[in-house]
Design a protein. Structure first.
Length: 146
């Protein structure tokens, strides 16, 4: 996401509901070339999917979505969304320390403690190539339940 933070700031500063940009202008804003996948037809690079695309997090976090992409003309139009994806740019920052840590650790750490066990004496490094996994599991599970 750090690569596209300048694009977030640029779009947030715009008052217009539609911001047309050339790919060259975007490259000037982010101070680097767009990847080849941004120019490739049929590629989802310009999709508004924040789960898979950090560049989408940038424009969605600024309250815009990419609505019109012309790869041949090397242009894109960003349109302001009526309800911005709240905090998208901030949530995607990988190096920000999350709030609510207990002694520097997330409170969910250790929540599953005691939910799994290893039989005493079981060798975790022993290969299990010839065993039928389901039969072995059922046999051990039945033995534990007795």
């Amino acid at each position: 996401m750090l690569v596209y933070e300048p694009l977030t700031a640029f779009l947030k500063a715009k008052a217009e509901d539609e911001v047309p940009m050339t790919f060259d202008q975007i490259e000037q804003v982010i101070v680097r070339k767009l990847p080849p996948s941004a120019l490739k037809e049929g590629n989802a690079w310009w999709s508004n999917n924040p789960a898979r695309h950090s560049q989408a997090v940038a424009w969605l976090g600024a309250g815009f979505e990419a609505v019109s992409v012309d790869r041949r003309a090397r242009t894109v139009v960003f349109r302001r969304v009526r309800q911005a994806v709240k905090g998208m740019a901030d949530e995607a920052r990988p190096f920000r320390r999350p709030e609510g840590l207990v002694n520097g650790r997330h409170p969910a750490i250790g929540a599953l403690k005691g939910m799994t066990w290893i039989e005493p004496g079981y060798d975790l490094t022993k290969p299990v190539l010839d065993e039928d996994w389901e039969a072995a599991f059922d046999k051990k599970w039945d033995a534990l339940l007795k």
